[in-house]
Design a protein around this ligand. Structure first.
Ligand code: ATP
Ligand code: MG
Length: 563
């Protein structure tokens, strides 16, 4: 269990039971080269759980000088689409992994799988069952009751061959017959109770078109595809543990070219997050989010659009490690990795999300000056830039309080604060509209404090960001919060657990010109606010920025000077 708690201590281990097995297999000479695969079904976009599987499969292949295949498990044409195939390839690449020439599709093996099924029939190990789906389900039994043999179980080989050929030829409607393995209806493992190998499905397949009217089941296609590709370690999630005897049964009974082994690891679960394609598909279809790449989605496409760097995802996966027991990782761990990476790489900028106008009464009308601002406090090589200062400024609305509580050190009537990179200012008066809301502050500045320090040594307790009213530009800013309001949302009734405050849109934000000029992939820190990236909804005169993540400790940032 300890190895599965997502703590930083397990991170640098860089070893886990899968890597131990692979190392031992190479050391003993069992394999000369290891081959793994990542086998997505193209029925949705990839999510951060898949990133764990991708990083594991591609990662071990890299570390042990083997290779990893990308194989589409495209055995169900009713749910699969080209859009998903394309997005999966783009996402794996973006995460930083490369399958080289090793791109495969289970559908490439349909002919061979069919021939092997015919072989099973000839050996008396498979039969065509005419029971309805419901009858098959009922007769399969339960964990406590054995199953019952199908009345069609003892058909002759000739009859089975004829029926299976006619299933393939498209003679029968959907759902009227299946091909089943003939194993053991009393097996304690339900997966071994004559599992379905083929079902009739009159559907057009994205790759094989209308060639097939029967499609193999996951269990029948998966291990055989592994064997065809010479996969040595077939790594999958724990829910397939009970399928392993069946996996091995096929490998033993069929004339496959190699003998892969299946190993299971714990899937990634995250607090405040649901990682099930069924749920994610429904979130998109029902319009709870704007699409698969909505920045609130745990999809790779959503994380990318939100501004999460791929290096942060890789670091997260490394830190959580690989274990054999299921657990739930705190989403804070992912957020920590995102902040760490962005803190290191993102240039600092100033933006005012909810502007409040400030007039510096003793600053000359019409005058503008340029002050020097640091691009990265920990990286002098990032240099500096110039920001304009003038008589009219914007500050953050919640940096002012008319009647401040005791510990509020930011602007209030009579109080003095530092404007970052600029001067001390003191608030003289708050101007209100008819409704009694503060709409403008009248302040004075102290010319002698240029650069941020008073020659007489007097101190201020807050440093605030600001922008020149004339030089700043308008922008829309989208603030994202958890999509679900509960740490453990209910997958079977997820709509009830959605967070009504998951998206907040700020339409009147102001940004400095350096932000307006940033390209779409450039992550930036807006000082005291968090990390942001330009969204693809931006128009030239109306840029839109997504908040990737807030700063952990905004209060400390206010008091300290460091952005
Ligand atoms: P569903 O969520 O509907 O069960 P899936 O996520 O298993 O579907 P696949 O396309 O079959 O969809 O997944 C591809 C691979 O990713 C599989 O090997 C699967 O075990 C792995 N995988 C899926 N979800 C996770 C997860 N949360 N953590 C780690 N690996 C995962
Ligand atoms: Mg699956």
């Amino acid at each position: 269990m300890a190895a599965d708690t997502a703590t930083a201590e397990t991170a640098d281990a860089g070893r886990d039971f899968i890597r131990d097995i692979i190392q031992a297999d190479l050391a003993s000479g069992k394999y000369k080269e290891i081959v793994t695969r990542f086998p997505p079904e193209p029925n949705g976009y990839l999510h951060i759980g898949h990133a764990k599987s991708i990083a594991l499969n591609f990662g071990v292949a890299q570390e042990f000088a083997g290779h990893c295949n990308l194989r589409f498990d495209d055995t169900n044409p009713t749910r699969e689409e080209q859009e998903y195939i394309d997005s999966i390839q783009a996402d794996v690449r973006w995460l930083g992994f490369d399958w080289g020439k090793n791109l495969f599709y289970a559908s490439d093996y349909f002919d061979r799988l069919y021939e092997w099924a015919v072989g099973l029939i000839r050996a008396g190990l498979a039969y065509v069952d005419d029971q309805s789906q419901e009858e098959i389900r009922v007769n399969r039994g339960t964990l406590t009751d054995p199953g019952r043999n199908s009345p069609f179980r003892d058909r002759t080989v000739e009859e089975n061959l004829d029926l299976f050929r006619r299933m393939k030829a498209g003679e029968f409607p959907n759902g009227t017959r299946v091909l089943r393995a003939r194993i053991d209806m009393a097996s304690p493992n339900i997966n071994m109770r004559d599992p379905v190998l083929y079902r009739i499905l009159h559907a057009t397949h994205p790759r094989t078109g209308d060639k097939w009217s029967i499609y193999p089941s996951y269990d029948y296609a998966h291990g055989q595809s592994d064997a065809i590709e010479g996969i040595t370690h077939s790594i999958c999630t724990l829910e397939f543990e009970d399928h392993r005897p069946l996996y091995d049964w096929f490998i033993e009974k069929l004339p496959v070219p190699s003998q892969p082994h299946q190993y299971e690891f714990a899937r990634l679960n995250l607090t405040y997050t649901l990682l099930s394609k069924r749920v994610l598909t429904q979130l998109v279809r029902d319009g709870h989010v704007s699409g698969w790449d909505d920045p609130r989605m745990p999809t790779i496409a959503g994380l990318r659009r939100r501004g999460v760097p791929p290096a942060a995802i890789r670091e997260f996966i490394k830190r959580i490690g690989v274990a054999k027991a299921n657990s739930v990782v705190d989403v804070g761990m992912l957020e920590f990795c995102i902040r760490e990476e962005l803190n290191r790489t993102a240039p600092r900028r100033m933006a005012v999300l909810r502007p409040l106008k400030v007039v510096i009464e003793n600053y000359p009308e019409g005058q503008l000056e340029e002050l020097e601002a640091v691009n990265h406090p920990d990286d002098p090589s990032a240099g500096t830039r110039r920001v304009a200062f003038g008589r009219e400024l914007y500050i953050e609305r919640d940096d002012f309080m008319e009647n401040p509580p005791k510990k509020f050190f930011r602007l209030s009537p009579g109080n003095e604060v530092r404007l970052r990179y600029a001067y001390f200012i003191r608030c003289r008066e708050a101007i209100k509209n008819a409704a009694g809301e503060v709409v403008e502050l009248r302040c004075t500045y102290d010319l002698a404090t240029k650069g941020g320090n008073a020659p007489d040594g007097r101190k201020v307790k807050a440093t605030m960001h600001w922008l020149s009213a004339a030089q700043s530009k308008p922008a829309e800013i989208r603030i994202y919060n958890q999509l679900f309001a509960k740490p453990n949302p209910d997958a079977s009734n997820f709509a009830a657990d959605l967070n009504p405050q998951s998206l907040e849109i700020l339409k009147d934000a102001r940004i400095e010109p350096a932000i307006a000029a940033a390209d779409r992939n450039e992550a930036m820190q807006f000082e005291r606010q968090g990390y942001f990236v330009r969204d693809m909804d931006s128009a030239p005169e109306r840029p839109v920025f997504n908040r990737t993540i807030g700063l952990r400790d905004t209060f400390a940032k206010e008091v300290g000077g460091k952005g």
